[in-house]
Design a binder for this molecule. Structure first.
Ligand code: SF4
Length: 335
């Protein structure tokens, strides 16, 4: 039996100091992913630093109209928050599309961003996996990979990021706030998760010992029409085969003033669709323009033997989402 130490942090500095003082330490908040991985033997920390009681459980309205979400705000509470529902509906919808009610009641904002891939080879110690054991190979590439990536994958890893929430945050241009031994820093969500490249063991750009303290939703996206749509094998509870978060704001003449599109279920990180956005900006978003824009993005896809179906699935999701947003009346001022 491996001994496991437990430390309850009373402050941010206590948390980072405890993490630094204990070898092989992990932060624990909701534990909905970490504890599962410990049971499987994928994670085997020597110390758990409990950050769940830090004062990071609030949603604060910022002077410029944005929102700061504390890292330990529960997914259920965030999805139901009136300002999130009204100003950032894509985020509320994405949260409610993820996991089950019981899990959302426990899972936190910071933990959701840090959850690990559900690639079955990663979760099975008897299988090769470069993410779990660098250099051991990738069991999924020639194995079962129906759920895996079609964009941005590498020879070493074809895993997808499992978060719904992160896809909406990427489309909303949210920013992750971090606290570490070297102080505070902020990283846009679009740059927080990595593509696998030669180091699939690294999911994010977080530094050793750093702690997520919050996520800021910018005022620029507040009140704009946005939505999240997800395709999955089971309606009740399943990770995305493909999903899309979209924000679309039209000028008075019906042309696109602001657009943001992010795909989930297709890559090792939420995939911001910059080519599609560029093709829509300043144009009238009719069916043909939307179709061409989405195709421009998904033409980059490199599907594997068994997951080519994801490309038309994502294409149809994105087309439908953008068409729906383009048809909506403008929101009232101050929404
Ligand atoms: Fe591991 Fe990535 Fe290959 Fe899955 S896809 S087995 S996580 S290396």
């Amino acid at each position: 039996m491996k001994p496991l130490a437990y430390v309850r942090a009373g402050s941010l500095d206590e948390a980072t100091a405890a993490h630094a003082a204990h070898e092989d330490a992990r932060y624990l908040a909701g534990g909905t992913n970490l504890v599962d991985l410990m049971k499987l033997g994928v994670e085997s920390p020597a110390t758990l630093v409990d950050v769940s009681r830090l004062p990071l459980d609030g949603v604060e309205e910022l002077p410029d109209g944005g929102l700061r979400i504390g890292a330990t705000v529960r997914n259920s509470d965030l999805a139901a928050h009136p300002l999130v529902r009204r100003r950032y509906p894509a985020l509320s919808q994405a949260l409610l599309a993820g996991a089950s009610g019981q899990l959302r009641n426990v899972a936190t904002t910071g933990g959701n961003l840090l959850q690990r891939t559900r690639c079955p080879y990663f979760q099975d110690l008897s299988k090769p996996c470069n993410k779990r054991a660098p250099g051991s190979g990738c069991g999924a590439r020639d194995g079962v990979h129906r759920d895996h990536a079609v964009l941005g994958h590498s020879p070493g890893c074809i895993a997808t990021n499992p978060s719904d929430m992160a896809v909406a945050l990427a489309a909303l241009d949210a920013v992750v706030e971090l606290h570490g031994a070297e102080g505070e820093r902020s990283v846009p969500v679009t740059e927080f998760h990595r593509l696998p490249g030669e180091h699939p063991e690294l999911d994010t750009v977080i530094r050793p010992g750093e702690l997520i303290t919050g996520v800021v939703l910018p005022s620029a996206a507040a009140g704009l029409p946005s939505l999240y749509r997800k395709a999955r094998d089971r309606a009740s509870y399943a990770f995305a085969l493909a999903s899309v978060a979209a924000v679309l704001d039209l000028d008075g003449d019906g042309t696109v003033r602001r657009v943001a599109i992010a795909f989930g279920g297709l890559a090792h990180r939420p995939w911001r669709a910059r080519l599609a956005e560029a093709a829509l900006l300043g144009a009238a978003p009719d069916d043909e323009r939307i179709a061409r824009a989405v195709d421009a993005e998904l033409d980059q896809a490199q599907p594997l033997r068994d997951n080519a179906f994801k490309v038309p699935l994502a294409r149809n999701l994105a087309r439908r989402a953008l068409t729906e947003l383009a048809a909506r009346p403008a929101p009232p001022a101050g929404a």
